[in-house]
Design a protein around this ligand. Structure first.
Ligand code: COA
Length: 332
C-alpha cells in the first residue's frame, strides 16, 4: 500500500451535522459516579451531542450530506457512489448508504456501508479515492455518521463519558488543475486485539436473548486502558513511516487530524513525532468521540475555520475496533 496512482482526486466539498442537544460533563456526573474534572483531565472532553429519540443515523448522514453537496456544487444526480462509514447503522440491513442514496434521490448512484470501527472513515475515504483514481467512478459522496448514544450503557462510567453523536460528509471527484489531491493511504488491522472494543450481543455469536439483555451485551464494551496503550505504542512509528513513504518528514505536515477520542492520545502521539500541538486540529472537547464521523467533523471544521493554503499537507488518522488503524495524506 502507499501512493495513489491514476487520476488525481480532490475534496470538492465538505459538510457536517450534529444534533442540537448538548450533554455536558456535569450532566453526566448526575447519572454516574464521575466529575467534570475527571473527564476533562483524562480525556479533554467537555461536552457531546446527543441525537433526539426520533433521529436516526441516516438522518444525521442526510443532513451532513446536504451541506457537503451544496459546498461542492455537485448534484445528487451526478453521484456515482454513496459510501457511509458507520458502526451504528439504523438497522443491520438495509444499510445506511442505500437509505441515504434514496433520500437524496441520487438515482445513478450505488451505495454501501463500511463498518471498520472508528477507522471506518479512513477506509471509506480510501475506497472512494481509489474508485475515482482508477476511473470507475467520477463523483462520490462519502459520509461518516453515528448515533452512538443508543449503543452506550449510560450506567457504565468507563464508556458513557467518551462518546457522542454526529455526522460529516465529503464530496470527492477528479481534480481540476489547481485543486488539492490525495497523495497516499495506509490501512492496517491487528485482529489479534479484537477483544479490546466490542459490541458482542444481538447477532450470530450471541443472538438476542433475555441473557444478552441482562448482561448488557448489546452495549459497547471497551478495555479503555489497553486501547490507550495499544494506540500510543503503535501510532507514532506507523505515522512517521506513512509520511516518509510519501517522501515527507513529520515536520513538513501542516495539519494533523487525529481520531478525536482522547486529547492525551493526540498529545502523546505528537510528542513522539516531535511535532507541536498547534499542528493538531482538535474538536473532541465539543463532540467527544463520534467514531467513524470523527475525522469528517474535524475536516469540516478545519475547512470552515482555517484559511488553508495551496500545497499545505494534512494527515488524517484514526484507530478503532478491530483493532483497525489507518491514515491518509492530502495536499491542498
Ligand atoms: N469517572 C471517574 N472515574 C473513572 C471513570 C469516570 N468516567 N472511568 C473510569 N474511572 C476510574 C476507573 O474505574 C479506575 O478506577 P480504579 O483505579 O479505582 O479501578 C480509574 O478511573 C482509572 O481507570 P483507567 O481505565 O486506568 O483510566 P485511564 O487513565 O486509562 O482513562 C480512558 C480511561 C477510557 C479515558 C482512557 O483509557 C482512554 O481514553 N482510552 C482510550 C479509549 C478510546 O480511545 N476508545 C475509543 C477507541 S475508538
Amino acid at each position: 500500500m502507499g501512493l495513489f496512482s491514476g487520476r488525481e482526486v480532490s475534496i470538492l466539498g465538505a459538510g457536517m451535522y450534529v444534533p442540537e442537544r448538548i450533554m455536558t460533563n456535569d450532566d453526566l456526573s448526575k447519572m454516574v459516579e464521575t466529575s467534570d474534572e475527571w473527564i476533562r483531565e483524562r480525556t479533554g472532553i467537555r461536552e457531546r451531542r446527543i441525537a433526539r429519540d426520533d433521529e436516526l443515523t441516516s438522518d444525521l448522514a442526510y443532513n451532513a450530506s446536504l451541506v457537503a453537496l451544496k459546498d461542492s456544487g455537485v448534484l445528487p444526480s451526478e453521484l456515482d457512489m454513496v459510501i457511509v462509514a458507520t458502526n451504528t447503522p439504523d438497522t443491520l440491513f438495509p444499510g445506511v448508504a442505500p437509505k441515504l442514496q434514496g433520500k437524496l434521490k441520487a438515482s445513478r448512484a450505488g451505495a454501501f456501508d463500511v463498518q471498520s470501527g472508528c477507522t471506518g472513515c479512513i477506509y471509506a475515504i480510501t475506497v472512494a479515492v481509489s474508485g475515482i483514481a482508477c476511473g470507475l467512478w467520477n463523483k462520490v459522496l462519502v459520509v461518516g455518521a453515528e448515533v452512538l448514544s443508543r449503543i452506550i450503557n449510560w450506567q457504565d462510567r468507563n464508556t458513557c463519558v467518551l462518546f457522542g453523536d454526529g455526522a460529516g460528509a465529503l464530496v470527492l471527484g477528479p481534480s481540476l488543475s489547481g485543486q488539492g489531491h490525495f497523495i497516499s493511504a495506509e490501512l492496517r488491522s491487528d485482529g489479534a486485539r479484537s477483544d479490546l472494543i466490542t459490541l458482542p450481543g444481538g447477532l450470530i455469536e450471541h443472538p438476542a436473548s433475555e441473557e444478552t439483555l441482562r448482561e448488557g451485551l448489546h452495549y459497547v464494551h471497551m478495555k479503555g486502558n489497553d486501547v490507550f496503550k495499544f494506540v500510543n505504542r503503535l501510532l507514532p512509528s506507523f505515522l512517521k513511516k506513512m509520511v516518509q513513504t510519501a517522501g515527507y518528514q513529520s515536520d513538513q505536515i501542516d495539519w494533523w487530524l487525529f481520531h478525536q477520542a482522547n486529547l492525551r492520545i493526540v498529545e502523546g502521539v505528537l510528542r513522539r513525532l516531535d511535532v507541536d500541538m498547534d499542528k493538531a486540529f482538535v474538536n473532541l472537547d465539543r463532540y467527544g468521540n463520534t467514531s467513524a464521523a470523527s475525522i469528517f467533523l474535524a475536516l469540516a471544521e478545519l475547512f470552515d475555520s482555517v484559511n488553508l493554503v495551496k500545497g499545505q499537507k494534512l494527515v488524517l488518522s484514526s484507530f478503532g475496533a478491530g483493532m483497525t488503524y489507518g491514515a491518509i495524506l492530502y495536499e491542498m
